[in-house]
Design a protein around this ligand. Sequence first.
Ligand code: HEM
Length: 293
Amino acid sequence: MDEFERHGIAVVEGRDAAARALRSPELTSDPGLGSPSVLLRDGDGHARVRGVLREIIATLEPFPDAVRADVETVVDALGTSFDLVRDFARPVAGLVTAAVLGVPLDDVFLDHLEATTANLDVFGGTDRQGQASAFRLSVQLSRAPAEPGSGLAALRAAHAAGRLDDDELAINPVVLAHAAYENSLNFLASAGLSLASGVARTSARDLAAEICPARYVLRFGSEGPVAISLTDGLPFGLGRHACPGSGVALAEAEIALRALADVLSGGCRVEDVRWKTHPVFRGLASARVLVSV
Ligand code: HEM
């Protein structure tokens, strides 16, 4: 809250007020920067780019067996001492993000993805490192070979067909990767912590509402910027920008958390729990799990 006040950003809280704000035609996601990012615009341009991204995400619905098997293999191999972020959430979110784009993603790529602030540079505009990381990933993806049928190939085909312009093709692969990765990373790690701390298992949907990894979304109105809280039961947002990947995110979490529950079935202890301090994204920085043997 203090962080928002410092930047002169009003806050909307409570489910009804948040839902109204998210659906309001008076509040836009476009800060007036002329950004080609799907997250930072509204109107026809937004609907057009979102349509392309939605088609790509739909190729993971239902969740592909091969990706499910890869996720289960990563979790089954966790061993008796591991970090919930580095060893569990990060590789799982990385595998799913790689599947969305259809490109293998290494640790350096994931490091830059974690440094990328995507839709958040408007909060202060001073995050040069995040912008540099986003630029680097954009260049890397523009040069990556695109397998037929992959998300990256679909983005290039949309460009060739005139559905995306040059700038949209440059930025939105990174925006898609970041959207798929960051919230899933934070969600999986926090949900894993609940499981390891002995909290009774509930559905991924209920956990998402409880954990709410994206605490706020930003909009712009005639009175200035507004941060809309999602913590009162709207973890995937609502309205024009509502998360088009929520089905994938929930499927991913169900699979990964079921496999994690098996790993932890004999009991465990959690040590050194550290949280990130970001005002918008709620997530674990690290937490060590020691499995009882
Ligand atoms: C637990 C995991 C996730 C959470 C909590 C989450 C949450 C959100 C929220 C709140 C928004 C709305 C942003 C706004 O209104 O400004 C959003 C947008 C978006 N999400 Fe997710 N998301 C998750 C996972 C994913 C995944 C796995 C994908 C892709 C497969 C994805 C793709 C996107 C995209 C492309 C947008 C931009 C939509 C637009 O601006 O029209 N998300 N997400």
